[in-house]
Design a protein around this ligand. Sequence first.
Ligand code: FES
Length: 106
Amino acid sequence: MQMPFVKVGTLADLPPGSVMQFEAGEETIAVCNADGEIHALEGICPHAGGPLGQGALHGATLVCPWHAWEYDCITGRNSMDEGICLAKFAVRVENGDILVDLPAHA
Ligand code: FES
């Protein structure tokens, strides 16, 4: 069975060092290009709901735009509290398109 991969954008839209937000229905995700590696994470900050996809990316560190909580975009973990971890989604890149596995949108 085909996995429900959804196109969230293109590599051309997301150069290394950048992050973008993608919304599909109720789902908001943050898509990061950490030095050429694409990672997709839950896009709502567990602190107070900040839009992580509108934050900043420094190397592999994703910084929330609201109160600057930091997350490792590879593991999803918060830099101060390892118990806080963002959900991650599988990513595929095909022909320059970024595809993310969003199970809710099968
Ligand atoms: S909402 Fe993200 S740090 Fe406060």
